[in-house]
Design a protein around this ligand. Structure first.
Ligand code: MRU
Length: 368
C-alpha cells in the first residue's frame, strides 16, 4: 500500500544487499516512519517478540525470512542441531499466530532434501520470497471475495455509506500487503462504494489508533476512532452495518482467535443482528484443531503494556507514561477466541465459507 504516495510492503530484501531484510518498524507508527534492517537470527526473534512487526501474516513472512537468514549463516558442522535450535528460537517468539509455525515448517520442507549449502541458501531465499508473495496474493483475493459483502450492503443502503467496524489492525501492516479485514474495504473504496470505518482503539497496544487509523488516512478512507467499549452502543443504535476482523489462528471448525476484545464485539453483533465476518488467509487455519477455546494457545504479554501508554508527548517526542499506580498488578491476555457460532462467515483467498468444518473443507478439500 502507499505511504505518502510511495508503494511499500511491510518486509522486503534490501535491494543493494539481499542478505539483509528490511521491515517497517511498527513501534514508531504513526508518528515516525522507521525502516529497520534485520541481519541476524537474534534481530528477527526480537523483531517478532517485541512487535517491531506484528499481525498474523507478517509474523509468518518474517519467520520465513528468519529461517533464510539462519540458513545463510549456518555453521559448516552440526547443521541439524543448529537448525533445531533455530526453529525453537523462532517458535518461542509468539505462540498464537499459526502463520509462525506454518512458515517455519514450509521452509523445513523446502530445504529438507538439499545438502549443498549454497543450494540450500538459494532455496530458503526463494521460499521466503514465495511466502511473502503468496501472502500478498491471498490478501488481494480476500479483498475480491469480501467486496461482494460490502457491495450488497451498499445496494441495501441506497448509496448511504456502509458503516464497517474493525478491531485491532488486520490491515496491510499485519500482512505483507493489502491486509485481510481491510482488503475488502480497500477494494470497495477503489470501486467508489461509500464506506465509513469505525476503528476500535484496541488497548493495550493500540493497533487500531496507531496503525489502522494511519492506514485508512493514507488511503483517504472515511474513518472514526472509537474507544474499545463503544462498539456495542453503536450497534444498538444502527450505526454499524458490518463487522470485519482478522484471525491469528482458526480451527477447522471455524473458531477464530483474534486480538483481545474481538469476542465482545462478536457477542454485541449477534445481539444486534449485525453480520460478523472474519477475513483470513488459509495460512492461519490450524487443521489439527477443533476446539478453539480449549486448544488455541493464548499469548500472555507483560502487564506493563497495560499499565503504560505511549504516544507523542507535548515536546513532540515519543513518550511512555504510567497511567495508574506502578504497584497495581496487571494481566495482559493478548488474544481471545470467538466461537464459530458467532461468526457469520469466513472470507478466505478461495471464497467465503460458513464458519463450520463442512463449509471450510468444501473450499480446502485437500484437508479432508
Ligand atoms: O498482537 P498483534 O498486533 O500481532 O495482533 C494482531 C491481530 O490481532 C490481528 O487482528 C490479527 O493478526 C489478524 S490479521 C493478521
Amino acid at each position: 500500500m502507499k505511504v505518502n504516495g510511495r508503494h511499500y510492503r511491510t518486509i522486503w530484501p534490501k535491494q543493494a544487499n539481499p542478505k539483509i531484510i528490511e521491515i517497517i518498524d511498527q513501534r514508531y507508527l504513526p508518528h515516525k516512519f522507521v525502516v529497520e534492517e534485520l541481519a541476524s537470527l537474534d534481530d528477527f526473534a526480537a523483531a517478532i517478540k517485541d512487535m517491531h512487526v506484528r499481525g498474523a501474516g507478517l509474523i509468518g513472512a518474517t519467520a520465513g525470512y528468519a529461517m533464510y537468514c539462519a540458513i545463510l549463516h549456518a555453521p559448516q558442522k552440526n547443521f541439524k542441531e543448529y537448525l533445531d535450535e533455530t526453529v525453537c528460537k523462532i517458535l518461542d517468539t509468539r505462540p498464537t499466530a499459526k502463520n509462525l509455525s506454518w512458515a517455519v515448517q514450509r521452509q523445513l520442507t523446502a530445504i529438507n532434501s538439499i545438502s549443498d549449502p549454497e543450494l540450500r541458501i538459494q532455496k530458503a531465499f526463494e521460499t521466503a520470497n514465495l511466502i511473502a508473495d503468496e501472502d500478498v496474493d491471498f490478501c488481494r483475493r480476500i479483498g475480491e471475495h469480501g467486496l461482494h459483502i460490502i457491495r450488497d450492503l451498499s445496494t441495501l443502503k441506497d448509496g448511504e455509506p456502509v458503516n464497517i467496524l474493525t478491531h485491532c489492525n488486520a490491515g496491510w501492516l499485519a500482512f505483507v500487503d493489502h491486509g485481510s479485514a481491510t482488503a475488502p474495504i480497500y477494494a470497495a473504496h477503489r470501486e467508489n462504494i461509500p464506506i465509513h470505518v469505525w476503528v476500535d482503539e484496541t488497548r493495550p497496544w493500540n493497533q487500531g489508533s496507531k496503525l489502522t487509523a494511519w492506514e485508512l488516512y493514507q488511503e483517504n478512507i472515511n474513518h472514526t476512532l472509537i474507544a474499545d467499549n463503544t462498539g456495542g452502543h453503536l450497534m444498538q443504535h444502527g450505526m454499524v452495518d458490518l463487522v470485519i476482523v482478522g484471525s491469528d489462528r482458526t480451527t477447522r471448525t471455524g473458531d477464530v482467535a483474534n486480538k483481545i476484545g474481538t469476542y465482545l464485539k462478536a457477542l454485541a453483533a449477534k445481539d444486534n443482528n449485525i453480520p460478523f465476518y472474519v477475513a483470513l488467509p488459509s495460512s492461519t487455519i490450524d487443521w489439527e484443531l477443533r476446539d478453539g477455546l480449549r486448544e488455541i494457545p493464548i499469548e500472555s504479554r507483560s502487564g506493563d503494556e497495560v499499565k503504560f501508554i505511549s504516544g507523542l508527548g507535548d515536546n513532540n517526542e515519543l513518550t511512555r507514561i504510567l497511567c495508574g499506580l506502578s504497584e497495581t498488578p496487571a494481566a495482559n491476555y493478548a488474544f481471545d477466541v470467538t466461537p464459530a457460532r458467532l461468526v457469520s462467515g469466513i472470507i478466505t483467498e478461495r471464497g467465503i465459507a460458513a464458519a463450520n468444518e463442512e463449509s471450510l473443507l468444501q473450499l480446502f478439500p485437500e484437508y479432508v
